[in-house]
Design a protein around this ligand. Structure first.
Ligand code: UD1
Ligand code: MG
Length: 464
C-alpha cells in the first residue's frame, strides 16, 4: 500500500465568520473545530499530517501543538490551490504517496466512509478525486458539473457560476484525494482567472479532465457530516447536529435524559446507562457519570467524575472534581479543581471547595469556603466555616481529622490542624493545633447591659 499523508487547509481568516478569532479555532461542542478534525483524522493512522496555517498562525499552532503535526506557513493567502502549492516542497519529501486534503472548516467528516473512498482511490489509476454530496440548498458551495456520460468535468464556484450552473445540487465537499508527485504538474497550471482572483483548488479537476480524465468523484452518503462552516449560522448548525448525535447515542445506550433538546453534553463525556440527566444541564470535557447518579437542572459539570447514586442538585458547578458514591451536592454548590470526595458526602448551598480531600460521611451543608484542606470521615462542618488558606503570598494547608464538629462561623487560619474527635465552638478563630478530643473556643465573653435599649430610646425621644 502507498504511504498515506494528510494536508489540512487552515490558513484562511474566515471573513464570513465576522469574529476576531481564526475560523478553525471556533469551538464546536467544547473543542476547537480543528482539534475535532485532527482527532478524527488520527483514526486512519496517516504516516504524517501537515496543516497549512496563515491568519493568526501562532494561535492556531498553540492549539494544535499537542499533536505531532507539521505546520506550513502561507502568507498571503491566495486561495486553496495556493495553499497546496506552498506545501509542495514538504509533500514531495514524502516521496510517492496518496494525499488526503481536507479543509479545517469541515470538521465532522465521517472517517469510515472517507477511508473506504481512500482505499478505492489508492487502487485506481486516478491522479485526483473529490467527495461530493447532494444538497437541497447548495448555496455557497462549488457545484460539481458532469459530462453527458456522468463523469465529473469541472467544479464551478458559487461566485463564478451561471444561473443555470447554480441549479446543480451536487456540490464539492472540499475533501480530496491526490496522487503525489503526479498531481503537481496540474496544480502548477491553476490560475487566478475567476471572480475572486484566487487560485482555486477545484480547478484541478477541469485540467485533469481535459488532459486524460484520470479523475473521480465519490458520492458521500452522509451529507450533514460534510457541511462546511463559513458563518456563525453554519457553526451553530454543525454544533447542533453534533449535540443531537451525542444525545441520541446516549439515549440509545440507556441514559435517561429529560427534555433532551435543552441538554448540552460534549462528545468526550461518558455516562453509564441508568444515570438521569435533567433539563438545562451542561456536561463538558472528559466527565464521567456513573449509573443511578442524577444531575439536576442548571448544573454544569466540567472534567469531573460523579459516582453511582450521587445527586448533583440544581445550580451546582463542578470543575476537575471527583465525587464518590451516594453523595448529595448542591443546590448552589461550587467545587473547583482538586476536589475529591469519598462516599456519602453532603455539600450544600453556597459551599465552595478547592483542592479539598473530603472523606466519607462529611457534611458541609451551608455557606463555606474549604480550600487546600483535608477533612476526615464523619466530620461536620458548620455554616459559615472558612479555611483562611492564603496569607497574601502562598496557599497553606488545613487538616481536619475524623469525627470533628466545627461550629458555625469558624475561621481556620492555615497552616493548622484539628485533631480527631474535637469540637470547635461557634465563632472561633483557630490559629493553633487543636489536640484530639478537646474543645477549642476563642470568643470575647458576652456582656449584657440591662436597660441599655430603654435608655437609648428615651434619649432619642427627648432629643425630638
Ligand atoms: C471551498 C471550495 C468549494 C467547496 C467548499 C466546501 C475552493 C475554491 N472552493 O469553498 O468548492 O464546495 O470549500 O466546503 O476551494 N484556505 C487556506 N488558504 C487559502 C484559502 C483557504 O488555507 O489561501 C483554507 C481555509 O482556511 C479553509 C479552506 O481552505 O479551511 C477552504 O477555504 P474557504 O474559503 O472556506 O472555501 P469555501 O468558500 O468554503
Ligand atoms: Mg469553507
Amino acid at each position: 500500500m502507498r504511504k498515506r499523508i494528510v494536508l489540512i487547509l487552515a490558513a484562511g481568516k474566515g471573513t464570513r465568520m465576522k469574529s476576531p478569532y481564526p475560523k478553525v479555532l471556533h469551538s464546536l461542542l467544547g473543542k476547537p473545530m480543528i482539534s475535532r478534525l485532527i482527532d478524527s483524522l488520527m483514526t486512519i493512522n496517516p504516516s504524517k499530517i501537515f496543516v497549512v496555517v496563515g491568519y493568526e498562525a501562532e494561535k492556531v499552532k498553540e492549539v494544535i501543538k499537542k499533536y505531532n503535526i507539521e505546520t506550513i506557513y502561507q502568507e498571503p493567502q491566495l486561495g486553496t490551490a495556493h495553499a497546496v502549492m506552498i506545501a509542495r516542497e514538504k509533500l514531495l519529501l514524502e516521496g510517492e504517496a496518496d494525499l488526503l486534503i481536507v479543509s479545517g472548516d469541515v470538521p465532522l467528516i465521517p472517517m469510515d466512509e472517507i477511508n473506504l473512498f481512500l482505499n478505492n482511490f489508492s487502487n485506481s489509476n486516478n491522479i485526483a478525486a473529490l467527495i461530493s454530496i447532494t444538497l437541497e440548498e447548495p448555496y455557497g458551495y462549488g457545484r460539481v458539473l458532469k459530462d453527458f456520460e456522468g463523469k465529473m468535468k469541472r467544479v464551478v464556484e458559487e461566485k463564478d457560476a451561471t444561473p443555470a450552473q447554480k441549479t446543480a445540487k451536487e456540490v464539492n465537499t472540499g475533501v480530496y484525494f491526490m496522487r503525489i508527485p503526479e498531481v503537481f504538474p496540474y496544480l502548477e497550471k491553476i490560475d487566478t482567472k475567476n471572480e475572486q482572483g484566487e487560485y482555486y483548488l477545484p480547478d484541478l479537476f477541469s485540467l485533469i479532465y481535459n488532459e486524460n480524465k484520470r479523475l473521480d468523484c465519490f458520492r458521500g452518503s452522509l451529507a450533514a457530516r460534510y457541511l462546511g462552516i463559513n458563518s456563525q449560522f453554519e457553526l451553530a448548525k454543525a454544533e447542533e447536529w453534533l449535540r443531537v448525535s451525542v444525545i441520541g447515542r446516549l439515549l440509545s445506550e440507556g441514559v435517561i435524559i429529560k427534555m433532551p433538546d435543552t441538554v448540552w453534553i460534549e462528545p468526550e463525556v461518558e455516562i453509564e446507562s441508568g444515570a438521569i440527566v435533567h433539563p438545562f444541564t451542561k456536561i463538558c470535557g472528559k466527565s464521567k457519570i456513573e449509573t443511578e447518579a442524577e444531575i439536576m437542572s442548571f448544573s454544569t459539570i466540567i472534567d469531573s467524575n460523579i459516582g453511582k447514586g450521587t445527586i448533583i442538585r440544581e445550580y451546582t458547578h463542578l470543575e476537575k472534581t471527583i465525587i464518590g458514591k451516594n453523595c448529595r451536592i448542591g443546590p448552589y454548590c461550587r467545587t473547583r479543581e482538586g476536589t475529591v470526595t469519598e462516599n456519602d458526602v453532603r455539600l450544600g448551598n453556597f459551599v465552595e471547595t478547592k483542592k479539598a480531600r473530603i472523606a466519607s460521611g462529611v457534611k458541609a451543608n451551608h455557606l463555606s469556603y474549604l480550600g487546600d484542606v483535608t477533612i476526615g470521615s464523619n466530620t461536620n462542618v458548620g455554616a459559615g466555616t472558612i479555611t483562611c488558606n492564603y496569607d497574601g503570598e502562598k496557599k497553606l494547608p488545613t487538616i481536619i481529622e475524623d469525627n470533628v464538629f466545627i461550629g458555625s462561623d469558624t475561621q481556620l487560619v492555615a497552616p493548622v490542624k484539628v485533631c480527631a474527635g474535637s469540637y470547635i465552638a461557634a465563632g472561633t478563630t483557630v490559629t493553633r493545633e487543636v489536640p484530639p478530643d478537646s474543645l477549642a473556643i476563642s470568643r470575647t465573653p458576652q456582656k449584657n447591659i440591662e436597660g441599655w435599649a430603654t435608655k437609648r430610646r428615651n434619649k432619642k425621644r427627648e432629643g425630638n
